[in-house]
Unconditional design. Structure first.
Length: 178
């Protein structure tokens, strides 16, 4: 479980290109699927800067899940959320343009880690534009263009490793969320 810092979950495409599947931050767990079923990991967790985490061997977690129904239920909820996240991303890659995917990633980060400020919802963005592009399944150029469009319409401002959402409803429209 991540206590402080950020971790990207990465894998490699068929041509060896590295792809970011997810970003995890404080309060979230990584490695839960392998701990649950003992199968090989499907992605590599890579720290983005300094990370402080609690690490438990899969055998220990499996023992807790066998004995503690509440812990097993919480684990099942985590797995269900991850499955829904994976299904949602697969659909996004199929039907949405880069602008909508970038808007959705930023809204997701704001919901999970955003801080309300007088200017809007401020989100620490521990990814470079290249990494954000990878997470969105897009080129860096199209991701930069999407961010520029969102700045021009006043939905957000960007700074070094942070973004402030000024118009969440507008961002939702660009994300094609109802």
């Amino acid at each position: 479980m991540i206590e402080r810092g950020w971790v990207t979950l990465r894998t490699h495409g068929p041509d060896g290109e590295e792809m970011i599947l997810a970003l995890r931050g404080p309060g979230e767990v990584v490695g839960e699927m392998s701990a649950f079923d003992g199968a090989p990991r499907t992605a590599t967790a890579v720290a983005v800067g300094e990370v402080q985490a609690i690490v438990a061997p899969a055998r220990t977690i499996a023992g807790v899940l066998e004995r503690d129904v509440a812990a097993a239920n919480e684990f099942a909820h985590i797995l269900a959320r991850r499955l829904r996240e994976s299904d949602r991303q697969r659909l996004e890659y199929t039907v949405l343009d880069t602008l909508a995917r970038v808007a959705r990633r930023l809204l997701d980060l704001a919901e999970r880690f955003g801080k309300e400020t007088p200017e809007g919802v401020k989100v620490e963005l521990p990814l470079s534009q290249e990494e954000l592009a990878s997470w969105c399944g897009a080129s860096r150029e199209s991701t930069v263009k999407a961010l520029r469009t969102l700045r021009e319409v006043g939905a957000l401002t960007t700074g070094r490793r942070q973004v402030t959402l000024h118009d969440v409803d507008g961002l939702r429209r660009h994300a094609r969320l109802r």
